[in-house]
Design a protein around this ligand. Structure first.
Ligand code: GLN
Length: 502
């Protein structure tokens, strides 16, 4: 393969090929990502922290490893620049979860996924911006700054892993890692025209990942091109003795089967996921993508998922309930912000929380505390858990007839900055098609499927059986291979940050 003039346009498998051939060095590749960061950050602001020195030191080590023996025997991510959502604990590097309450918190240890990527040889270019504690769908809830969509900088990138999506979309990193509790990988992937996968609950360790809703949170990859996500998932997946919810199920070689095609694959289409209020262009492009799957040999089968209509209501009980518990640890006694001037310990904790949390975490803490309080627990929390079982049972029934389920990712394209910030319900509706997948614990992938009349990207969601990410990668790759969507990159405005920016 030819070496492109701009190394930031390489996909992960292309970069790997050139590194192994020693046609490019890890230092050149990492420097190209850092140069791109310097060029586009004023316009899009993907990062809370940029770790250029660390990345170059890792790149030098990667070059030494590639030069020491057979380069093909180095770990697969050797010298590949990766961005990490700022809720993965990184030893020695500030980790904020997008919240002012964690400003200045420098973890003394690595999250398991970070440790695994270090061992796999990656270079870490920075910590990506996100909605505070991963609560949001636009990255506007970040306690730090806005992140702008590289396709149109007046619009949001989606969220909560917005910075992870834009970093990859804009070539600031070749791969990135996010988390998805209700759609936070798949939705920003769709809005930025990159691939993003939310693995099965239990597939990837959550050890050292700042917790939002522990029964829903899952770590997953972003990439340009499906294969990069397969490479990244393979590097991070698998049992972790430090996270009792990780499964011991073996991790297959996702890349080895990615080109096997989809002849005979049964693809379910749930009418319930083509919701009222969905933009016509989104529906048209998703239906066209499903037709493409049929042309590639898949069999299209209607399926029914009626309980998914209650997905949002279920999620907005369970997730805030778990969040209210998880966020009780932030009170100034252990991490980050502390109202040290206040002598009374209870008042100091109250003040720390009043100052440190933004509006959305406060809203979730109140919702969750209410749902869990005595007298309301049965009416809300227990009821939500029962509906959760019904949503899961719908999927179980559907997967007796089909191998994957196809749907939209988000009912709309990227919306203008500010359009939903004062209307939490409108914001919550962004995840109507992605949330049931988290509620059921299943894997889902978002793959680019075209552009609307304004040139804004749209994503196709493929949902799989538990622990069957391999089939999702295979179907998504077959679709991508038959289209040219991943090759279209955003026209980047490199102008300085617009006036009035927070
Ligand atoms: N947008 C949803 C929320 O605000 C999902 C976020 C996520 O997946 N982390 O809760």
């Amino acid at each position: 393969m030819v070496i492109p003039h701009d190394l930031t346009t390489l996909t992960a498998p292309e970069a790997r090929t050139l590194l192994v051939r020693r046609a490019i060095s890890a230092t050149e590749l990492t420097q190209a990502a850092l140069d791109r960061i310097a060029q586009v950050e004023p316009a899009i602001r993907s990062f809370i922290t940029i770790t250029a020195d660390q990345a170059l030191a890792q790149a030098a080590a990667a070059d030494a490893a590639l030069g020491a023996g057979d380069p093909a025997s180095t770990p697969e991510l050797t010298g590949i620049p990766i961005a990490l959502k700022d809720l993965f604990c990184t030893a020695g590097v500030q980790t904020t979860a997008g919240s002012r309450i964690l400003e200045g918190f420098v973890p003394p240890y690595d999250a398991t996924v970070v440790a695994r990527l270090r061992k796999a040889g990656a270079t870490f270019v920075g910590k990506a911006n996100m909605d505070e504690f991963a609560m949001g769908s636009s990255t506007e809830n970040s306690g730090y700054h806005l992140t702008r969509n590289p396709w149109d900088t007046a619009r949001v990138p989606g969220g909560s892993s917005g910075g992870s999506a834009t970093a990859v979309a804009a070539g600031e990193a070749i791969l990135s890692l996010g988390t998805d509790t209700g759609g936070s990988i798949r939705q920003p992937a769709a809005l930025c025209s990159v691939t993003g996968l939310k693995p099965t609950y239990g597939r990837v360790s959550r050890y050292g990942v700042v917790a939002f809703a522990s029964s829903l949170d899952q770590v997953g990859p972003f990439s340009v091109g499906v294969e990069g996500s397969a490479m990244l998932l393979r590097a991070i997946a698998g049992h972790d003795p430090l996270d009792a919810t990780t499964a011991t199920t073996g991790v297959p070689d996702y890349v080895a089967t990615i080109r096997d095609g989809i002849r005979g694959l049964r693809v379910g289409v749930p009418a319930e996921y083509f919701v009222a209020g969905m933009e016509p262009d989104v529906e048209r492009l998703v239906r066209a993508a499903i037709d493409d799957l049929a042309r590639l040999g898949a069999e299209i089968v209607p399926v029914r998922l009626p309980y998914s209509a209650h997905g949002l209501a279920t999620y907005y009980i369970i997730a805030p309930a778990e969040a209210s518990s998880n966020l009780s640890r932030y009170n100034g006694t252990r991490y980050g912000l502390a109202a040290v001037e206040e002598a009374d310990v209870n008042r100091a904790m109250d003040l720390t929380r009043a100052r440190g949390f933004g509006a959305e975490p406060k809203r979730r803490i109140m919702l969750g505390t209410y749902a869990l309080s005595s007298g309301y627990y049965d009416a809300y929390y227990r009821k939500a858990q029962q509906v959760r079982t019904l949503i899961k049972a719908d999927f179980d029934a559907a997967f007796r007839d089909v191998d994957v389920i196809a749907s939209p990712v988000s009912p709309t394209v990227a919306f203008p900055i500010g359009a939903r910030i004062d209307d939490p319900l409108a914001m919550y509706l962004s995840d109507v098609c992605t949330i049931p997948v988290n509620v059921a614990g299943l894997p889902g992938i978002s793959v680019p499927c075209g552009f609307d009349g304004q040139g804004l990207p749209v994503g196709l969601q493929l949902i799989g059986r538990a622990f069957d990410e391999a089939t999702l990668f295979r179907a998504a790759w077959a679709y991508e291979d038959a289209t040219d969507w991943p090759r279209r990159r955003p026209p980047l405005a490199t102008a300085a940050t617009p006036a009035g920016e927070s």
